[in-house]
Design a protein around this ligand. Structure first.
Ligand code: TYM
Length: 325
C-alpha cells in the first residue's frame, strides 16, 4: 500500500494550474484501493504571504470545497487543515535544526524574492522545512505535485536523510514526487506558469460571464482572422488541448493551420469546453461554499484522523531527540 500526500496553500482560490497540476492527478491516485490518501490545506504556509485572517479562512474553505467538488473521498481517506494539527509546526522546528542554511538559501522560491530581502519574512526562508514536516509527519510515499514543487521535494528527502543519519535510525520515510509529464506546468493567461502571485490565473468556479471575461484576456499574437496560425505556440490552444478530447483538439489544430479561424473562436471553444468538463465540479463547489457547516464537520473529522498519525511520528522523533521522559 502506498501513502499519497499533497497540499495546496490557502493563499487564494484554487486555479486551473492547481486543479490540473495537483488536485486531479492526486484524486486519480486516491481511487486505487491500494492507496491511502492524505490531502490537506496548507493554511500555515499561506501566512507567509497573507496576513488577513478572514481572507485566509475563506480561501481555505474554497480549497476544501474544490477537493470535494472533484470527488475526493474524505471518508476513506484523510482530509484536514494543517494549522489544526500542531505537530506540523513542532516537527518543522526539529527539522529546522537539521537543515543546512545554504540549502534554504538556494531554494528557488526564496531566491526569486531575495533581491528585496527587506520584504521577505523568515517564514518564506524556512517554508520548505514546514513542507518537509507536512510530508514526513505522515510517512508519505508518493507526492503528486506540479513541476514547481520538485526542488522542495528534493529538499524534503535531503532533510529526512540527514535526520535519519544523525539519529542513527530510519525514523522518517523518504518520499518520491509524482509529476505528470504532460501537465507539469499549466500556463497562465500570459503564457508564464499559472500562479496566484502572477495574477494570470483562471478560476474555473467563476460565474459564466466572469469566466468568459477572464478567458478573453488570454494573450495571443496579432494575426488576422483569415491567416493560418501556429497552434503549438498559442496559449489558448495549449489550454484547450489539456481539457478537450483528442478529436476536438485535432479539429482545432486544423482550424488554426487552415486559417479563417480567429483567436476569439478558439477562446469561445475553450470556454464551452470548461463549462462542459467542469459542470459537475462547479455545481458541487457552489454547494459546499453555501454549506460551510458541512465542510467544517468533514474537516474536523479529518483533523482527528490526521492528528492520531502525526502524534505517532512525533512521539518517535521526540524520543530519539531526548525530549520524552
Ligand atoms: P501551491 O499552493 O502553490 O500549489 C498547489 C499545487 O498546485 C501545483 N501548481 C501547478 N501545477 C501545474 N501548473 C501550474 N501552473 C501550477 N501552479 C500550482 C503545485 O505544483 C502544487 O502541487 N508548497 C506547496 C503546498 C504544500 C505542499 C506540502 C505540497 C505545502 N506542503 C506538502 C505537497 C506536499 C505550494 O505552495 O503549492
Amino acid at each position: 500500500m502506498a501513502r499519497i500526500l499533497t497540499g495546496i496553500q490557502s493563499s487564494g482560490r484554487p486555479h486551473l494550474g492547481n486543479i490540473l497540476g495537483a488536485i486531479v492527478p492526486a484524486i486519480e491516485l486516491s481511487k486505487n484501493p491500494e492507496n491511502e490518501s492524505f490531502f490537506f490545506i496548507a493554511d500555515l504556509h499561506s501566512l507567509v504571504s497573507i496576513k488577513d485572517g478572514q481572507l485566509r479562512h475563506e480561501y481555505a474553505r474554497a480549497i476544501a470545497a474544490t477537493w470535494l467538488a472533484f470527488g475526493f473521498d474524505f471518508e476513506k481517506n484523510i482530509f484536514w487543515r494543517q494549522s489544526r494539527v500542531q505537530e506540523h509546526t513542532e516537527l518543522a522546528w526539529y527539522l529546522n535544526c537539521f537543515t543546512p542554511f545554504p540549502m534554504l538559501a538556494n531554494a528557488t522560491s526564496f531566491k526569486e524574492k531575495s533581491e528585496k530581502l527587506a520584504d521577505v519574512n523568515a517564514g518564506l526562508f524556512t517554508y520548505p522545512v514546514l513542507q518537509a514536516a507536512d510530508i514526513l509527519l505522515y510517512n508519505a510515499n508518493i507526492i503528486p505535485v506540479g513541476k514547481d514543487q520538485k526542488q522542495h521535494l528534493e529538499m524534503t528527502k535531503d532533510i529526512a536523510n540527514r535526520f535519519n543519519q544523525i539519529a542513527g535510525e530510519d525514523i522518517l520515510v523518504l518520499p518520491e514526487p509524482q509529476i505528470d509529464e504532460r501537465i507539469m506546468t499549466i500556463p497562465g493567461l500570459d503564457g508564464q506558469k499559472m500562479s496566484k502571485s502572477y495574477h494570470n490565473y483562471i478560476d474555473i468556479f467563476l460565474a459564466e460571464n466572469e469566466l468568459k471575461k477572464v478567458i478573453k484576456k488570454i494573450v495571443s499574437d496579432s494575426k488576422a482572422l483569415e491567416e493560418p496560425k501556429d497552434p503549438e505556440s498559442d496559449i489558448t490552444f495549449k489550454l484547450y488541448s489539456l481539457l478537450a478530447s483528442e478529436s476536438d483538439v485535432e479539429t482545432m489544430r486544423q482550424h488554426y493551420l487552415n486559417g479563417g479561424y480567429g483567436y476569439g473562436h478558439a477562446k469561445q471553444a475553450l470556454l464551452e469546453c470548461m463549462l462542459d468538463k467542469f459542470a459537475e465540479p462547479r455545481r458541487k463547489f457552489n454547494y459546499y461554499m453555501e454549506n460551510p457547516e458541512e465542510l467544517e464537520s468533514i474537516l474536523t473529522t479529518g483533523e482527528k484522523k490526521a492528528r492520531a498519525i502525526a502524534q505517532d511520528t512525533i512521539a518517535k522523533v521526540r524520543k530519539v531527540l531526548g525530549f520524552s521522559s
